[in-house]
Design a protein around this ligand. Structure first.
Ligand code: PMP
Length: 435
């Protein structure tokens, strides 16, 4: 079974003539043979340039919550941009989006941004300005974007480089990061109550923030254990540390009010991006009024020429309205659960040890483990090569997921019960092909 990828290969060769490695983000490079060139999407499906059709669970790393080319969103954007795309003044559309974010998430104030990277970068600055402290804690396997401060011990870090759990190493994810910047970040194992308490008691006077992905959206959707986020909240309260939830992946995806609503824990600052615009570039930083109000003109910087631009903001207005008024989460949970249960059963029947992680709108499974992985170190004990072989076998059968097991599966409102049934049929065949 092999797809025809003639056009894909030809165009990829051309892409490489002009674009380094033929991709506009390193995460999209799957090597010379397997990097795809995609032409279009509709609802739950995408097509590559050879017209191979896929049911899409990669969903561009999560933003497509409603479906590709979702007509009510596309039409709202098309209509809005006829009147201009950028004014660098406040617009009624921005006010509408901010009001809805406040209503849905419970943040008190919100500023718009363009990407997840920008949102978490600004959140960190706000936390530093608010506390007058410079260091911050993040957790191993968390990815917060492409700027230097956070590119340490992300999900791209090899297990062998992590160091001991008692004394984790800050592993730089890229060349080109100034050496001195390492001192600002403290990486700890996720869900490790003892290590966290120790680190906070030792360093609280230097700590501006604890930045946490409430679900490890870049490490297979590993969940916060019961009491974990409460513990983080308590330590932040005890020591005047700003708690930042990075909800770039979980926001507007796991519940209308994101992970804050799902887990019932409130952060001081929250970053949103992906699902809020159904694939259009838009992000937000929200939070408690007292913390957000440090963005005082001339004193603490937040800005960007394109923040609040009509394209992204109109998309967010339409997307958030649908998320608020239609039974989107009911559909995502119901269909996602069918898929999780089906995958679990098939893997059991095939005798492959595994653990299913995450929540139905954003889930994954870690192969080759007998116990529940609760942190990135646990994830790394899984069988990545087997996952990759399975992912490639699924692609051959018209199911698109990322071949990297750290990237979860995402559901959209457009995925039908038939899509799930077709996916499970393909999954059963793919499993047989790889064991
Ligand atoms: N935070 C998290 C949790 C993410 O998953 C990502 C992107 N995958 C980012 C931040 C960065 O967002 P962006 O790619 O929009 O800059």
């Amino acid at each position: 079974m092999t797809r025809n990828l003639t056009q894909t290969r030809e165009l990829f060769e051309k892409a490489k003539q002009f674009i380094p490695y033929g991709v506009n983000s390193n995460f999209r490079y799957w090597g010379e043979e397997d990097t795809l060139v995609v032409m279009r999407g509709e609802g739950s499906h995408v097509w590559d340039v050879d017209e191979n059709q896929y049911i899409d669970y990669r969903l561009a790393f999560g933003p497509i919550i409603l479906g590709h080319g979702y007509p009510p969103v596309v039409e709202r954007v098309a209509e809005a941009i006829r009147d201009g795309t950028l004014f660098a003044w406040t617009t009624p559309l921005e006010i509408q989006v901010a009001e809805r974010i406040v209503r849905l998430t419970g943040v008190e104030k919100v500023r718009l941004s363009n990407t997840g990277t920008e949102a978490t970068m600004h959140a960190l600055r706000i936390a530093r300005a608010y506390t007058g402290r410079e260091r911050f804690i993040k957790f191993e396997g968390q990815y917060h974007g492409m700027y230097d401060y956070v590119l340490f011990t992300t999900a791209s870090t090899p297990a062998s480089a992590l160091g001991s759990r008692r004394n984790p190493i800050n592993v730089q994810m890229s060349s080109g990061i100034p050496e001195g910047i390492r001192r600002y970040v403290i990486n700890l194992p996720f869900n490790d109550f003892e290590r966290l308490e120790e680190a906070v008691e030792a360093h609280w006077h230097e700590l501006a923030a604890i930045m946490v992905e409430p679900i490890l959206g870049n490490a297979a959707g590993i969940m916060s254990q019961p009491g974990w986020l409460e513990k983080v909240r308590e330590l932040c309260d005890r020591h005047g540390i700003v708690l930042i939830f990075d909800e770039v992946k979980t926001g507007f995806r796991v519940a209308r009010g994101g992970a804050q609503e799902y887990f019932g824990v409130k952060a001081d600052l929250v970053t949103y991006a992906k699902a809020m615009g159904n694939g259009f570039p838009i992000a937000a930083i929200g939070g408690k009024e007292e913390v957000m109000m440090v963005i005082e003109p001339g004193r603490v910087s937040h800005g960007g020429t394109y923040t609040g631009n009509t394209v992204g903001t109109a998309a967010a207005a339409a997307t958030l309205e649908i998320l608020e008024t239609e039974p989107v989460y009911e559909a995502l949970f119901q269909r996602g659960q069918m898929l999780m249960d089906g995958i679990h059963e098939i893997l059991n029947r095939a005798g492959i040890p595994h653990f299913v992680t995450g929540l139905p709108p954003m889930f994954s499974f870690i192969l080759g483990v007998e116990e529940e992985p609760v942190d990135f170190r646990g994830y790394c004990t899984g069988d990545d090569p087997l996952y990759e072989r399975l992912a490639m076998a699924l692609l051959e059968r018209g199911v698109m997921l990322d071949c990297d097991g750290r990237e979860p599966w995402f559901l959209s409102y457009s995925h039908s019960e038939q899509d799930i049934a077709d996916t499970l049929t393909a999954f059963e065949e793919a499993v047989k092909a790889v064991i």
